[in-house]
Design a protein around this ligand. Sequence first.
Ligand code: SF4
Length: 694
Amino acid sequence: ADQNGETLVPTHCCFCGVQCGMYLRVDKGGKVFGVEPRNHDINRMRLCPKGINAYQQVNHPDRLTAPLMRRSRDEEFREASWDEALDFTVSEIRRIQAAHGNDAFGLLGGASLYSEKTYLVGKFGRVALKTRHVDYNGRLCMVSAAGANKLSFGIDRAANPFSDILLTDCLLIAGSNVGECFPVMTQYVWGARDRGASLIVVDPRETAIARTADIHVAIKPGTDSAFFNAVLHVIVAEGLTDESYLAAHTTGWEEVRETVQAYPPSRAAGICGVPEEQIVQVARTFGRAGKAMAFHARGVEHHSQGVENCLSIINLCVATGNLGKPGAGYGTITGQGNGQGGREHGQKSDLLPGGRSIMNEEHRRQICAIWGIEESELPPAGTSMMEMVWQMQRQEIRGLIGICNNPFVSLPNYATVKEGYDALEFHAQFDFFLSETAANGHVVFPVTVWAEDEGVMANTEARVVKHNKAQEPPPGVRTDTWVMCELARRLGVGDKFDFPGSREVFEELRVASAGTVNDYYGITYERLEETGGIMWPCPSTDHPGTPRLFEGGRTYHPDGKVHLQVVEWHAPMDPYTEEYPLSLTTGRTVAHFLSGNQTRRLGALVEQTPRPWVEVHPSHGFRNGDPVRVVTRRGSEVFPALVTEAIRPDTVFIPYHWPVPTAANALTIDALDPRSKIPEYKVCAARIEAAARI
Ligand code: SF4
């Protein structure tokens, strides 16, 4: 403490996958009241507007400080005691499961939770609720990249640390508004540029990062894999592949090479709406670079062909031998704070801790031994988040607990989502603010914010970092861990949930991940505090971690090869017609985070960006601020126009952080990628028309 009794608690920002280090300022009364920069390896003192303002949520007047409860949606919420809210929840779980089976109750987690809590969500769902229906909101985020990573590499994380960006000769960024969504990551881009690296940006919008690129390719939404197949076509035609690398380290290259023959630039230019010469220019720039890296985010992944899109970029990197070397590699830029860690420990419907498959007998045996349950007691794989909503509509799922998510804003096709949640006989949410989704439930459990508990997150680089507790929670508030353990105790399985806090959960998580490619065994809280972060896999407590995943030819499929996958492009799921001739695409803006439940309450961020808008090209004849109705097959809403040449004439863009009546996701389509089950947020058919008023 300084002379004023104030202390600085080292921790990390909660708001995106960069995971910038920061200090929270704590007053002599033990309350968080500010933020200081921290010279952490990731961010070197820098923070973006979200990071600077994040502390304001900790003691925000909107915090929930007592459980809210009502027995029917016709009633108003009233404050309840913890005992009453917990007992009501347990009685509803028992009633619904006795009448309709265990799978009639579902659990949805989130990827902004600490990894300990994501581990506990998976265990709580399978062991306490005994249901197959466990999934999480990372299903709306990085699952296409995860699917592609597993197929190609047998491991699901970025190949390189951020610092490798500084060493590259060519950086390709596809479908990522880095400057607004991951602002502090741009320091690495500028560092590479200072060394003379080329920058290629592929994005339908001229984002801030695109404006600075050597080549900005403004492809039509939903055409990514056609574009990257064509780039690879040119790379093959011009002899820019690394044949010795391909022969030694890969399978499937012949089939991929054969497939891309059908994607000459002349064909792809028509599909993607870009000049043929630009495809050739990208191929030559990337293919001739000594060391090249490719990063992508939701712009590539949020598609009914999201896995294929990611695979087409992996094919490009591997075919040019850009893997396993300093300054050469590949990665997805994770969106949520724990977007990487949140998908590793078993809250996904098909996964168990350590990235194990719930369909694999050996993996099931291993986890049952750790959890102390019979193999017959472990439920099979469930369905994905959006599919669970459809099951709610059909009343196959009748009860639900949601933790750290806000589907009323974040899921596509709001009308369907509302209908699904309204059909639930019982719905509880854990949250620290009354989100739009929580406000529709029967019980709301008030839980801690990130600064009131300790735990780990894994950032975009798969660097596991430790968040520290900066203040005691307000009276009446509990940790998500405590609530899950208490519910488990009341459901009769308390002996399997004897976790006083995050540390004890982390110890079980370490053991549960040991021996997998996702190995955390060598990571301890003490080591994280000493080092500032360790990149997994880290199999022993004297192992330094693995910053560069494929260094020295290391691979993770049992045959020691990278498995290249054939990719064929197909048209997006929502067809264009005369009535719906435009593409609607959606995304984020710098001041807000995901569903906005947190950032729409923070003064400076609201002042910066108080409301959404629709970006339209000047050719449509609107002026800035004109009310524009955006119409899709799901509905219509009115937004003020932001007229800009930074968007294609055939495309409109809306940021999605707001609820109805200005919700981009009231308009988006709930079509899913068949493999990753990610929704097609980034393209649907639309039209725009002048509206009377907003
Ligand atoms: Fe937080 Fe991400 Fe901004 Fe860093 S870049 S301060 S982690 S929101």
